[in-house]
Design a protein around this ligand. Structure first.
Ligand code: FES
Length: 164
């Protein structure tokens, strides 16, 4: 009887120890997972979140490239550079209706939008809707050597052409 009780007690102790070991391991595992999650969150927070965008300025040739009557379409930049009577100016090729890219018209002077039929004259004024506004003019600068730079992030008033 006494031996039987001692055996039962020994089984109970070893069973309790294995349960305790299991719970300890479970707790340590939960702490490790939580610690790893916190470490990853802190590492993500410390990583710089910089948005790299392409430059808004680009070289557009020289003043001599734009005698009066010249219209050049820079497809990559979505910009027209025009040599007008008042000087050189640049304007956005993005239609003011819903943002399609306009194109120079073939056969007649002007600019047309392929999406809904808007038309613009060579100064960007609307000659046929539905575009609600003229094409915006963009800043053009020339250095001392006559090299032109267009900045697509700076909109200027219509009529403010760069004097050649
Ligand atoms: S987007 Fe140009 S006319 Fe509609």
């Amino acid at each position: 009887m006494l031996d039987e009780t001692a055996d039962n007690l020994s089984e109970l102790t070893s069973g309790e120890e294995s349960r305790r070991q299991f719970l300890t391991k479970l707790g340590l595992g939960a702490c490790a997972v939580t610690g790893l999650g916190a470490a990853l969150t802190v590492a993500d927070f410390l990583e710089p979140k910089v948005l790299f965008e392409p430059p808004t300025s680009f070289r557009a040739g020289t003043i001599a490239d734009f005698p009066e009557g010249t219209v050049r379409f820079n497809q990559e930049q979505k910009v027209y550079i025009v040599g007008g009577a008042a000087g050189i100016f640049a304007m956005s090729a993005v239609c003011t209706h819903l943002g399609c890219i306009t194109r120079p018209m073939s056969g007649e002077p002007g600019i047309a939008c392929p999406c809904h039929g808007s038309k613009f004259d060579l100064e960007g004024n609307v000659t046929h809707g539905p575009a609600p506004h003229p094409l915006p003019w963009l800043e053009v600068k020339a250095d001392a050597a006559g090299n032109l730079t267009v900045d697509t992030s700076v909109v200027i008033p219509h009529g403010k052409a760069l004097k050649a």
